[in-house]
Write a protein that binds this ligand. Structure first.
Ligand SMILES: NC(=O)c1ccc[n+]([C@@H]2O[C@H](COP(=O)([O-])OP(=O)(O)OC[C@H]3O[C@@H](n4cnc5c(N)ncnc54)[C@H](OP(=O)(O)O)[C@@H]3O)[C@@H](O)[C@H]2O)c1
Length: 165
């Protein structure tokens, strides 16, 4: 879903490191293969990326769960901004504590300025739908440029209008 964002960032003239299980197959940037659920593997990949290109001044992070060590490890490495991409449920108005708990990964880290991006949904005639990958990439790119503490791509209210909701 973030491949369009990766291509846009690759074109901005800076250095780009990619960390995922199949990152080395990417045609842009420096890929470091790792599973973010494997603490040691993620630490090694992040260390290799930092050794090659220095601490990230912009990190875009998508993790399926925050109950792992990787998000905090990444926040500790950042010297600039960390864009934390979050699923729709994180913006559910019935659980206002979720965003604060997600932001805790950067607690006590003055060098890591956290920005949160919640992936909402789109209303269209006849109902709602989830975003396409291209829409998500464009939304995150806009959030990076706007530099708000919190961006919702699309909408999360009314929560009852979400697809299948
Ligand atoms: N709100 C909306 O409108 C909307 C729309 C679309 C998707 N979404 C949500 O966004 C999420 C992402 O969807 P997606 O289709 O892009 O699939 P995905 O399977 O979450 O993959 C996203 C990226 O994460 C990497 N990744 C996944 N698991 C990993 C792991 N254990 N370790 C390291 N890297 C890992 C993948 O690369 P590798 O496979 O190379 O590791 C890929 O680069 C889904 O949870 C979906 O529900 C929301």
């Amino acid at each position: 879903m973030l491949s369009g964002l990766v291509e846009a960032l690759a074109g901005d003239g800076g250095r780009l490191s990619l960390l995922s299980r199949r990152a080395s197959s990417s045609t842009v940037g420096d890929g470091f293969d790792c599973d973010y659920r494997d603490d040691a593997g993620f630490a090694a990949a992040l260390g290799a990326a930092v050794a090659k290109s220095g601490p990230p001044d912009l990190a875009v992070a998508w993790f399926h769960t925050l109950k792992i060590a990787a998000p905090r490890m990444l926040a500790q490495a950042v010297r600039g901004r960390m864009i934390q991409v979050l699923g729709s449920a994180m913006g559910d108005p019935a659980h206002p504590d979720r965003l604060a708990r997600a932001a805790a990964i950067a607690d006590g880290l003055p060098d890591c300025a956290l920005r949160q991006v919640v992936l909402g949904f789109r209303m269209e005639t006849g109902g709602s739908r989830w975003h396409t990958g291209a829409e998500i990439s464009a939304g995150v790119l806009e959030a990076i440029a706007a530099d708000r503490p919190l961006t919702v791509v699309g909408q999360i209210a009314p929560w009852s209008a979400k697809p299948g909701g």
